[in-house]
Design a binder for this molecule. Structure first.
Ligand SMILES: Nc1ncnc2c1ncn2[C@@H]1O[C@H](COP(=O)(O)OP(=O)(O)OP(=O)(O)O)[C@@H](O)[C@H]1O
Ligand SMILES: [Mg+2]
Length: 254
């Protein structure tokens, strides 16, 4: 066990049929650290996210949150999935609280009345804190723009995280203002004692917000470097592997 690790991925293998989407992947995220998870399309990043959140069960290996095997939705891990898990027919407020609706009476769970007023007020407070502008929180999410939907998914992931947030390409569909907002939020999380795993194909973004980058290639972890501008080329070559295609007669590794 790594000292002070918030999250530890230890020898995780996940197979789909006989294809290993993840092959004995190991790394740790320290307290207040922002770790970028890099890799080409199909490298296994989203599969790893789903192993961390418990959607997938690894075939081998384990994942520990502060030394204990991760378990269930209330584990303190906030996740923003790439395939935005929002319910189109439900409102913004309902989406933010889906599965965690404030109820009265609180017990037995599932039998109380949902406190809609409380939910709406808390949703408004959460989005305001995150500077996400949605005109009407009662609007069904299916009617919002792609960027607004992504902003809500990010807000939901961040709002309930206590120890670590995992963001799978959170800025991919965002406009410039929204992208800046999300990156600002990511940078603030460590100050609140929350570590971050950020998946992004945008290395400028990674260099701007991450401390360290972990690189996956075809399911294997192939490197781990400081996420600095000096390491830009190293990150590119770890992502693509081997020699890069010729650009203007030079290989990308020269
Ligand atoms: N549920 C599944 N069933 C079968 N194969 C899967 C499943 N999920 C992922 N895979 C396969 O596992 C591999 C890794 O996929 P994954 O989605 O983790 O890649 P990724 O690194 O997130 O890529 P991207 O950058 O495109 O999002 C791919 O070859 C993919 O086809
Ligand atoms: Mg993915």
């Amino acid at each position: 066990m790594t000292a002070n690790a918030v999250l530890e991925v230890a020898g995780v293998t996940k197979r789909f049929g006989n294809h290993a989407a993840l092959d004995t992947v190991s790394f740790a995220v320290q307290e207040r650290e922002v770790v970028a998870l890099l890799g080409d399309n199909g490298a296994g990043k989203s599969t790893l996210v789903k192993c961390i959140s418990g959607i997938h069960r690894p075939d081998q290996g384990s994942i520990y949150l502060e030394g204990s095997p991760v378990a269930g939705q209330d584990s303190g891990i906030g996740v923003v999935y790439q395939d935005l898990a929002l319910f189109d027919n439900m409102s913004v407020a309902e989406n933010l609280f889906a599965g965690r609706e404030p109820c009265w009476p609180r017990f037995p769970r599932g039998f109380g009345l949902v406190k809609r007023r409380t939910m709406l007020d808390e949703a408004r407070r959460t989005l305001h804190r995150l500077e996400v502008k949605i005109p009407n929180l009662k609007t069904p999410v299916g009617l919002l723009s792609g960027g607004q939907r992504q902003a809500i998914a990010v807000s939901k992931g961040i709002a309930f995280a206590r120890r670590i947030v995992v963001l799978d390409e959170p800025t991919a569909a965002l406009g410039i203002r929204e992208r800046t907002n999300v990156l600002r939020l990511v940078r603030q999380l460590p100050e609140a004692g929350i570590a971050v795993i950020l998946i992004s194909h945008n290395l400028e973004e990674v260099i701007a917000v991450a401390d360290r980058a972990v690189i996956l290639r075809q399911g294997k972890m192939v490197g781990e470097v400081a996420a600095t501008a000096e390491n830009h080329e190293t990150m590119v070559s770890l992502i693509v592997g081997g020699s890069l295609p010729l650009i203007n007669g030079k290989t990308g590794q020269e």
